[in-house]
Design a protein around this ligand. Sequence first.
Ligand code: G
Ligand code: MN
Length: 262
Amino acid sequence: MASGQPVETPQISCIAQQAIVHYQPIVDMTTGQVIGAEALARFTNPDGTIRAPGGVIEYIEQNTSDLEVFHWALFQSIASTALPILDRHPELYVSVNVPPSFIGSDRLRVIMESLELTRYARQLVCEVTERQVLTDAGRAALAIAHGMGIRIAMDDFGTGQSILKQLIGLPLDILKIDKSQVDPLMKDPTADRLLRGVVALAMAMRVKVVAEGVETRQQAFFLRAAGVDSGQGWLWSKAVSADELEQHIRAGFIDQTRWTSS
Ligand code: G
Ligand code: MN
């Protein structure tokens, strides 16, 4: 929860309207190529500098109309900054954190059509968090998004429900392993064994795996040895502007695929 005083709803709505996106690269751990990017909300300060949302999104999520304003702003920012990149790199995807309730309310389809995003559906991924129980309505919503050609990623895997029966019948394409399972990899043998179990689960389900919060080469090495396809984290890059993302796409991260820095 954000520190300080609660913020009045009209002010939140105003803040929600000003959301823009930055992009954190998702990298193929073997080749160092950028295969996708997670769109993460950022806000512009009065002096023009950019700040991370802090706890603001939790306030936005409390009110349906704020949530709608926020997603419009977010998708508008994606439409104006990412589409030229998606055109130039047809294999690249952009993944967006979207609550299933928002997809189910038909708002996603309206936004996609209004912003002419529909033809990019195959380059979009909706990330849904494992922290909240997926209701029947939520599952139906994901099926709708999948029917539009959008891929589905289970975010924060291993930190929330982890109810395996929840995965049955879900149109899942990607599992995102949470940072909390990456951090203990070199310290706790159980974490390494658990990781291998999750990779086996993903392989059995025929879904891709993305490890999140990767900060060191050693972590990347361990993850790759365990069979993880791709990673996201400060080892490669923090969330950056669309221009910087494109530079990363062109250059790749070949240096970070080497075990030693020399
Ligand atoms: O749960 P979700 O995937 O939406 O979380 C993404 C968040 O994780 C972002 O706010 C991003 O800034 C943060 N993050 C991404 N990579 C790293 C990392 O390598 N280390 C840490 N500490 N945080 C990260
Ligand atoms: Mn996410």
